[in-house]
Design a protein around this ligand. Structure first.
Ligand code: GLC
Length: 515
């Protein structure tokens, strides 16, 4: 069995988020798989990423694409076998790339044997999930609402009790307050460590625990509502999520995770916390907890100087911040490979101190595809189509080549691929393409030592943010629509705008100097 890659993780790793269903198919069934990923190691190595985070590969009915595990340790048959996983880990390690897998510990699928046995009150599973009696009038225990817009409680007629779910009813929440689940979770983690993984992305950590008194959430004030993550048209944003997110000792649960993982294993958490994203990240990344939390601030409020400055101001642990713009949960943010924003986004991710999360396809400048309603399978998108988050559009498979199947599959891709000309990897790599820029800017990140840099100081003037990093590096980011002064006559070590350095910062561009 493979072992962890020797040596330590960079302080600020550059992590490539890989959505395996849509990365590379190897057997013509139209769905990406582990042997497929193993075919694309050259692509990953040429990007010089420190690690890949592989979205769920566990067995699952795929109601939520694997974020509904029916096993934490069995690999989904469509993804491949344990041997395929071992070969992939070896292959990635051979290229110096660390491996992270996604662990969805907050909930399982309703098809997970634990839930089936819990419904039947079969010990020791009886209390594995958050069960609660109805109120005397039969209604749900409290007013909690899911991020997906429905009440957070569903009735189980066999137990004649409600169960909690923070997402869909098919995703019952585990009771992580119950000691009974501790050994299970420790085992899940050690199984993956034995398979050689170097880190984990922990899904939905901010829904792990909940108020043991099950109090109602109060209404959100207009200010809280304005800062709330989530679709603005859902009732979810009308509550202040005091009691369903990490009350008091919640972040401390991550100390268990650290204990089970041990030091040296990189732990990244997804932070979705109503209106307190950075405050919760501060708490969840304290020593002995997670390394990094990533919040929805940028996708929610836009890549603006004000958003980033607000995050930096509220953070007491900048290396614990994960910087990201796109993911498998959010619409893609650029118009296509020719959009100058592609370069600004990649530069921003490469040069910020902290963990950088690059979603597959950002290096190609992929635009958000337009799926027809009948093509969409994601229940979250379907429930509100066309107003939903557009998660599934962002999961349309990677174009490796032009033409049918795009080099992704020899069969019919599980989502239609209608990428614009010039979007595929094979058409890119030449000067001026996003792929060439991605390789160059990530190499510059390494050369400049951003992976080990701390933030010494920063200032904001209007749309311009200046960051001084401990590596003797100054990063200047112009988020505005107008050109901005660089503050020096020296040419930068690297800049994001196309063409030669003009002496000033082009609109929506960045530059970096050794100082
Ligand atoms: C996280 C995942 C998302 C999933 C949800 C429920 O937000 O990123 O894809 O639907 O958790 O597990």
């Amino acid at each position: 069995m493979p072992e962890q890659l020797p040596g330590r993780w960079p302080k600020n790793p550059l992590i490539y988020e890989l959505y395996p269903r849509s990365f590379q198919d190897s057997d013509g069934d139209g769905i990406g798989d582990l042997p497929g990923i193993a075919r694309r190691l050259d692509h990953l190595e040429a990007l010089a990423v420190d690690a890949v985070w592989i979205c769920p590969i566990n067995a699952s009915p795929w109601v939520d694409g694997g974020y509904d595990p029916s096993s934490y340790t069995d690999i989904h048959p469509k993804m491949g076998t344990e041997d395929d996983f071992a070969a992939l880990v070896d292959g990635l390690h051979g290229r110096g790339i660390r491996v992270m897998v996604d662990l969805v510990l907050n909930h399982t699928s309703e098809k997970h044997p634990w839930f089936v046995k819990s419904v039947a009150r079969e010990d020791p599973y009886t209390d594995y999930y958050v069960w609660h009696d109805a109120k005397p009038d039969g209604s749900a225990p409290n007013n909690w609402i899911t991020r997906f817009g429905r009440p957070a409680w569903s009735w189980n007629h066999k137990r004649e009790q409600y169960y909690l779910h923070n997402y869909m009813a098919e995703q019952p929440a585990l009771d992580l307050r119950c000691d009974c689940t501790d050994d299970e979770m420790a085992n899940v983690i050690s199984t993956w460590l034995d398979r050689g993984v170097d880190g984990f992305r922990f899904d939905a950590v901010t829904t792990y625990l909940y108020d043991p008194q099950f109090r109602d959430n109060p209404p959100a004030t207009p200010e809280e509502r304005a800062k709330m993550d989530g679709e603005p048209f859902l009732p979810y944003v009308r509550q202040n999520h005091l009691h369903d997110f990490l009350p008091g000792d919640g972040a401390a649960y991550t100390e268990n995770l650290r204990k089970w993982c041990g030091e040296g294993i990189f732990m990244l958490g997804e932070i979705g916390t109503g209106n307190q994203s950075i405050e919760v990240t501060n708490s969840i990344t304290k020593p002995g907890r997670l390394d990094t939390g990533y919040t929805v601030d940028i996708p929610q409020y836009g890549l603006e100087a004000a958003t980033v400055a607000d995050m930096l101001e509220r953070s007491d642990n900048v290396p614990g911040l994960g910087w990201w713009i796109e993911s498998h949960d959010r619409a893609r943010q650029v118009e296509g490979p020719d959009d100058p924003m592609v370069r600004f986004h990649l530069f921003f991710l490469a040069m910020m101190p902290g963990t950088a999360l690059v979603y597959q396809g950002q290096e190609l400048g992929l635009p958000q595809p337009h799926l027809e309603e009948e093509e969409v399978t994601d229940p979250y998108d379907r429930a509100f189509w066309p107003d939903g988050p557009g998660r599934e559009n962002a999961r349309v498979p990677m174009p490796w080549e032009a033409g049918d199947g795009g080099g992704f599959t020899t069969g019919t891709p599980w989502l239609p691929m209608r990428w614009p000309e010039g979007a595929s990897a094979a058409e890119q790599g030449g000067e001026g393409t996003p792929l060439a820029f991605a390789r160059a800017v990530f190499a510059a990140r390494r050369d400049l030592g951003i992976g080990e840099a701390a933030l010494d100081g920063w200032t904001r003037e209007g749309d311009v943010l200046t960051l001084d990093l401990s590596a003797g590096v100054r990063v200047v980011l112009n988020f505005g629509e107008d050109a901005a002064e660089a503050g020096t006559d020296d040419a930068p070590a690297f800049h994001s705008a196309a063409g030669e350095w003009s002496g000033a910062l082009a609109p929506k561009s960045g530059a970096v100097w050794r100082v």
